[in-house]
Write a protein that binds this ligand. Structure first.
Ligand code: TZP
Ligand code: MG
Length: 214
């Protein structure tokens, strides 16, 4: 089972601060439960190299590595799954390519997208990424922010577990805590932190301690 409590998405520009290897090792020490490798600019060759580096950093930790978009590279990297957006590969096709043991996540921004994702054949998608909750400079041209209420209503409509993404940091955990939200996904809150282990630890502690609402 995928533990979605603290889902780290990487950003190559931001991880340069400490390096991908050190960032991931620190993040896992701090309690990150899933890592997604995300780099839109890398060539496939560069992405595979980054993926292998990430996998080596995670080896023996039990934390799975998910590849953003590049379903076709999951096997070559040896990653545990992929995450696709609405304009990426169709999830049914992605599932066919991945087989049934790998994880597949899907980003959703609207009620209709959540409804459609939940209507897919059982076992197609394992979890949803819902966002952006708040505007963020990490993702260019992102969809309109959902806000905490919008997030809660999408999560309520979902029969699949979901993670909240976009502008999430330790100070905002209580605002994204809602039924159906299994965890939080962050980029800058960990990748850009001076101490990524401490940042992850604060997020894990805060998520566990925050009060359920709604
Ligand atoms: N998808 C929706 S928002 C986002 C992605 C990848 C970026 C979130 O970055 P941050 O720094 O946690 O706001
Ligand atoms: Mg994408």
């Amino acid at each position: 089972m995928l533990d979605l409590r603290l889902y780290l998405v990487t950003d190559t520009g931001m991880t340069r601060r400490h390096g991908l290897d050190a960032t991931l090792r620190a993040a896992v020490r701090g309690g990150v439960t899933v890592v997604q490798l995300r780099d839109h600019d890398a060539s496939d060759r560069e992405f595979v190299a980054l993926g292998r580096l990430a996998l080596a950093a995670l080896r023996g930790t039990g934390v799975p590595l998910i590849l953003n978009d590049r379903v076709r590279l999951v096997e070559e990297v040896g990653a545990q799954g992929a995450h696709v957006g609405q304009s990426d590969l169709d999830p049914v096709r992605a599932r066919e390519m991945l087989g049934h043991t790998a994880y597949l996540g899907l980003s959703c921004h609207t009620q209709d997208q959540v409804t459609a994702a939940c209507a897919l054949p059982t076992g197609t998608v394992d979890y949803l990424g819902l966002g952006p909750v708040w505007a963020t400079s990490t993702k260019a041209d992102h969809a309109a922010p959902l806000g905490p209420d919008g997030l809660a209503s999408l999560a309520r409509a979902s029969t699949l577990p979901a993670v909240a993404i976009g502008g999430v940091d330790a100070s905002r955990l209580a605002s994204v805590r809602a039924p159906g939200v299994a965890g939080v996904a962050v980029v800058s809150a960990v990748c850009r932190a001076e101490d990524p282990a401490l940042a992850a630890r604060e997020l894990r502690a805060g998520w566990g301690a925050s009060v359920e609402v709604g």
